[in-house]
Ligand binder design. Structure first.
Ligand SMILES: Nc1ncnc2c1ncn2[C@@H]1O[C@H](COP(=O)(O)OP(=O)(O)OP(=O)(O)O)[C@@H](O)[C@H]1O
Length: 544
C-alpha cells in the first residue's frame, strides 16, 4: 500500500489542537473504502482554505496521527478532478470541478455546486466519492490518539471516553455508566476493570433486571446455612465473590426497590450482612453500575443514585458518532470469521445504507447486521438493504435539504471521463454527453423509476433519457429506491428456473429481477448460462 509521510498533516493536527478545550475542527473520516484498512482514517478541513478532494488529495491519516503517516484516498473510481469543499460560517459549499466528479451529499447526487447547512452539533453528513468510497463529515473536539481494543472508535466522543476510563479506572469509588442500549456500557465497565489495580481480581457481573425482589438479597449478599427453606449450605453472594475485583451491576435501574437501600449501605460502609447471618461481612469489590434509564425521574433511590454517580461516564449513541461506523463494521465483520476481501466486494448500495442508517439499536444492531451479512454472503448472496438492516433504512433527519447555490455552474463543454478513473475490472466509464436541461432526481419516486425501467426493458440509457436525468443519476435513483441485490450476486439457481420458462426474454428476466439488462447479460455469461432464446438486441449499456 502506498504511504506518504505527511508533515503537513501532522502540522494541521497540531494547529487544530487535540485537547477538549480546542475549538472543534471539521474532519472527514473514511467510513467506507474497499481497502478496509483505510476505515477510520481522517483529514482535517482548514477553516480558511478550501479543500480539494480527489483521488490524490488530501492525505488521510490513521488513528495514530502522531505517527505522521498519511495517504490519499487513491481508489480508482475517484476522479483526479476535485470536489472542492469550502467552509463558510455555518454552511459548506461543495463544488465538483467538472462532470468527471462523481459525488453524493447525504445520498443525493451532486451535479453542480451546492451550499448546504453544516450539520448541527452531534450530527454529521455522509459524502460519497467515486463509486465505492464514503466519507463522514463531522466535528472533532479532539483527535484520536489513544487506543483501547474494547472501545473502538475515532470520534472525539470515543477518544474522550477512553481517556476518562483510563483516568477513573484506578479510583476506589463507584462508577455509573449511562447510555442508550447497545452503546457499549458493558465494554466500558470491562475496560474499567482491566485498567484498574484490581484487574487480577474477579470480574463479577449480574443483570439486575433478572433478579426478583425475593431472590436479589441472597444473590447479592449471600445467605447463611438454613437462612431460608432449601438453604442446606451457606451461599456466597456476588458481593463476596467480587472481593478484590469488580462487581458490575448491569441495568441498575431495574434493581428491586427493597434492595436499593441495602446497596447504599454496602457502598457507604463496605459492609453487608448475608441473609440469616449474625455478623456483617466486608468486601473490597469495586462497584460499577450501568443503566439506560433516567434514574432521576423513575423513582430510583436518590441517595443511592448520588453515591453511584461519584463518577459518571456516558456512552454516545452510534448515530452521534457516525464517523466510527467504518471501524466498528469492519471489526464486527472480522469477528464473524469472514475475510476482509469478501467485505471489500460488498455492493455500494449496502455500504451506503450502513453509513446513512440512524442505528436506533446502536453498535449491537450494527453487529447483528454484519452477522446477517456474513451469513448471507457465505450462502453466495448479498442481502437487500432492508434484510441487512433488519428494518427499513432510517435516514437521519435532514433539517434543511441541500439547495443549489447561485455559483457558477460546472463547465458547459462535454467532458470525457478518463479511462483510468474506472475501477479495474469494470467497464470504462462512458463519455458523458453534453450537458442539457436535466430534471432533478428529487421529484422521481419509486413508481416513476420502475415505470421508466420497465418501459425500456431495464436498459438504463433509455430509461435515463425518458426520465430526463443523467446516467449516473439513474444509478443513484436505483440505489435509493430499489433494494434488490445486484446482478453480480445472482446465483445460477436463481437464474435457471427463469431461463427455463418458454417465454423467457432478457428484458422479462431483468424486469423480474430488477437489475439492468446489460448487467444481467454479463452475469449469465460469467456463469456460463445460455442467453434467453429471443435475446437479439445489441444494447451497449455498460454502466452499472
Ligand atoms: N466502542 C465499541 N467498540 C467495539 N465494540 C463495541 C463498542 N461499543 C459496543 N460494542 C459492541 O456492541 C455490543 C453492545 O455492547 P454492550 O453490551 O457493551 O452495550 P450496552 O450499552 O451494555 O447494552 P445494554 O444496555 O443493552 O446492555 C457488544 O457486542 C459490544 O461488543
Amino acid at each position: 500500500m502506498t504511504s506518504l509521510l505527511s508533515p503537513e498533516l501532522t502540522q494541521t493536527f497540531t494547529e487544530t489542537g487535540t485537547g477538549p478545550q480546542a475549538a472543534p475542527a471539521w474532519v472527514l473520516t473514511v467510513i467506507w473504502h474497499p481497502d478496509l484498512q483505510r476505515m477510520g482514517e481522517q483529514a482535517v478541513l482548514s477553516p480558511d482554505t478550501p479543500l480539494a478532494l480527489n483521488r490524490y488529495q488530501p492525505l488521510f491519516s490513521p488513528l495514530q496521527a502522531a505517527a505522521g503517516w498519511a495517504q490519499p484516498l487513491l481508489h480508482a473510481s475517484i476522479s483526479r478532478a476535485s470536489l472542492t469543499l469550502k467552509l463558510g460560517g455555518d454552511s459548506l459549499t461543495l463544488s465538483p470541478e467538472d462532470e468527471r466528479v462523481r459525488a453524493e451529499w447525504q445520498g443525493q447526487a451532486l451535479t453542480g455546486p451546492r451550499t448546504v447547512p453544516l450539520p448541527a452539533e452531534g450530527d454529521s453528513a455522509v459524502i460519497q466519492l467515486g463509486k465505492r468510497v464514503l466519507l463522514c463529515l463531522h466535528r472533532a473536539h479532539q483527535l484520536p490518539v489513544t487506543d483501547n481494543p474494547l472501545l473502538l472508535g475515532v470520534s472525539s466522543a470515543m477518544e474522550g471516553l477512553r481517556r476518562q476510563v483510563a483516568r477513573v479506572a484506578a479510583a476506589a469509588l463507584p462508577v455509573l455508566v449511562r447510555g442508550e442500549s447497545g452503546t457499549g456500557k458493558e465494554r466500558v465497565a470491562q475496560s474499567l476493570h482491566r485498567l484498574s489495580p484490581w484487574a487480577a481480581g474477579p470480574w463479577v457481573t449480574v443483570n439486575m433486571a433478572t433478579l426478583s425482589e425475593g431472590l436479589a438479597p441472597a444473590e447479592l449478599f449471600g445467605a447463611a446455612r438454613g437462612a431460608y427453606t432449601g438453604a442446606q449450605v451457606a451461599r456466597t453472594g456476588l458481593w463476596a465473590q467480587a472481593d478484590g475485583g469488580s462487581l458490575f451491576l448491569d441495568e441498575i435501574g431495574d434493581c428491586p426497590a427493597a434492595v436499593q437501600p441495602m446497596l447504599l449501605r454496602v457502598i457507604e460502609s463496605g459492609e453487608f450482612r448475608p441473609l440469616g447471618a449474625t455478623q456483617p461481612l466486608r468486601s473490597r469489590a469495586r462497584l460499577i453500575a450501568a443503566t439506560d434509564r433516567p434514574l432521576e425521574t423513575s423513582g430510583f433511590n436518590l441517595p443511592l443514585l448520588r453515591r453511584l454517580q461519584t463518577f459518571t461516564l456516558s456512552t454516545p449513541s452510534l448515530r452521534s458518532r457516525r464517523e466510527d461506523l467504518g471501524v466498528l463494521a469492519r471489526q464486527a465483520w472480522l469477528d464473524t470469521g469472514a475475510t476482509p476481501d469478501d467485505l471489500a466486494e460488498m455492493p455500494t448500495e449496502l455500504a451506503r445504507a450502513l453509513c446513512l442508517h440512524d442505528w436506533p439499536g446502536n453498535v449491537r444492531q450494527l453487529e447483528q447486521a454484519m452477522r446477517r451479512l456474513a451469513l448471507d454472503h457465505a450462502a453466495g448472496l448479498w442481502p437487500s438493504v432492508e434484510a441487512l438492516l433488519g428494518e427499513p433504512l432510517r435516514l437521519p433527519p435532514d433539517p434543511a435539504p441541500p439547495h443549489p447555490t447561485a455559483m457558477t455552474p460546472p463547465p458547459a463543454a462535454p467532458v470525457l471521463a478518463a479511462a483510468d478513473d474506472t475501477e479495474p475490472g469494470l467497464p470504462p466509464a462512458e463519455p458523458l454527453a453534453a450537458p442539457r436541461a436535466r430534471q432533478s432526481t428529487a421529484g422521481i419516486d419509486r413508481t416513476m423509476l420502475l415505470q421508466a425501467l420497465d418501459a425500456h426493458g431495464w436498459q438504463l440509457k433509455e430509461a435515463a433519457e425518458a426520465l430526463g436525468v443523467s446516467r449516473p443519476s439513474i444509478y443513484n435513483l436505483m440505489a435509493r429506491w430499489l433494494d434488490t441485490p445486484p446482478a453480480e450476486s445472482l446465483a445460477a439457481e436463481q437464474l435457471t428456473p427463469l431461463l427455463a420458462r418458454p417465454d423467457a426474454t432478457l428484458a422479462a428476466m431483468a424486469r423480474q429481477l430488477q437489475v439492468p439488462r446489460e448487467a444481467l447479460r454479463r452475469r449469465l455469461r460469467a456463469l456460463g448460462l445460455p442467453r434467453p432464446p429471443d435475446d437479439t438486441d445489441t444494447d451497449t449499456d455498460t454502466m452499472e
